[in-house]
Design a protein around this ligand. Structure first.
Ligand SMILES: [Zn+2]
Length: 230
């Protein structure tokens, strides 16, 4: 009898692990999708449902926008979110707010501890400015937002400042920003509970010119659970 030894890394396990076990908040699984590397994703998270994002392979920036599901003029506001909580970083307890400071979602679980909402989204235009004209052809988050948003009638004028989950943007005492190696790791998770029916628009960041994705964009997993009614 031969023995087959396998050395499958945990990445396979994380992609196929039961969604209800991977979700940070238990409940009936209503969405379970792999978002491929460099791809967009969008979906409505209904009030009370919880979106868990799994950084399958570690250090993958997940650029995210939020809109009112029934009214896209209700939009995420980084300014309102930061002003209300009095700190620039997002973690457990942070409330994602719209431009009127109305709660849209609340971060109810975070295995990283620090997420950015200052660094913005990469675009073909900013890439050419930062990294040179030879990057003009490279896919970028703004393009993902437009592709994913088109399904919902969201266009360029609707794109606002975003959240960068799993992206590490430290701010020095002098106020300068950096984009440096991530704090995340394979399997780290973040969970958001919807306070209103919220359209979540994700760009799984394709950036390869700075360390925000470890120079190697990888897939993430999105799971939406509906907690049992109490
Ligand atoms: Zn990006």
């Amino acid at each position: 009898m031969s023995t087959i030894t396998t050395d499958q890394p945990s990445r396979i396990t994380l992609e196929t692990a039961p969604a209800d076990e991977l979700a940070l908040v238990p409940g009936t699984v209503v969405v379970d999708e792999i978002v491929g590397d460099r791809a967009p994703w969008s979906g409505v998270v209904e009030t009370g449902d919880v979106l868990t994002i799994v950084d399958l392979y570690g250090n993958q920036a997940v650029d995210t926008l939020f809109y009112g599901a029934g009214d896209h003029t209700i939009r995420y506001s980084a300014q309102a979110t930061i002003a209300a909580q009095g700190t620039i970083f997002l973690t457990t307890g942070s409330v994602i707010r719209d431009q009127e400071s109305v709660p849209m979602m609340t971060i109810v679980g975070d295995e990283v501890g620090n997420h950015d909402t200052l660094g913005g989204a990469c675009s073909q235009e900013s890439n050419t400015l930062r990294y040179g004209h030879h990057t003009k052809h490279q896919h970028a988050c703004v393009e993902n937002f437009l592709i994913g948003g088109a399904r919902h009638g969201i266009g360029k004028r609707d794109i606002v400042g975003n959240v960068n989950f799993f992206m590490n943007v430290p701010v020095d005492p002098d106020g300068s920003l950096g984009i440096v190696d991530g704090l995340s790791a394979p399997g780290k998770r973040l969970a958001l509970r919807a306070e209103m029916d919220t359209l979540v628009l994700i760009s799984n960041c394709p950036q390869i010119n700075n360390p925000c994705n470890g120079f190697d964009p990888t897939a993430v997993r999105v799971i939406v659970t509906r907690p049992a009614a109490s």
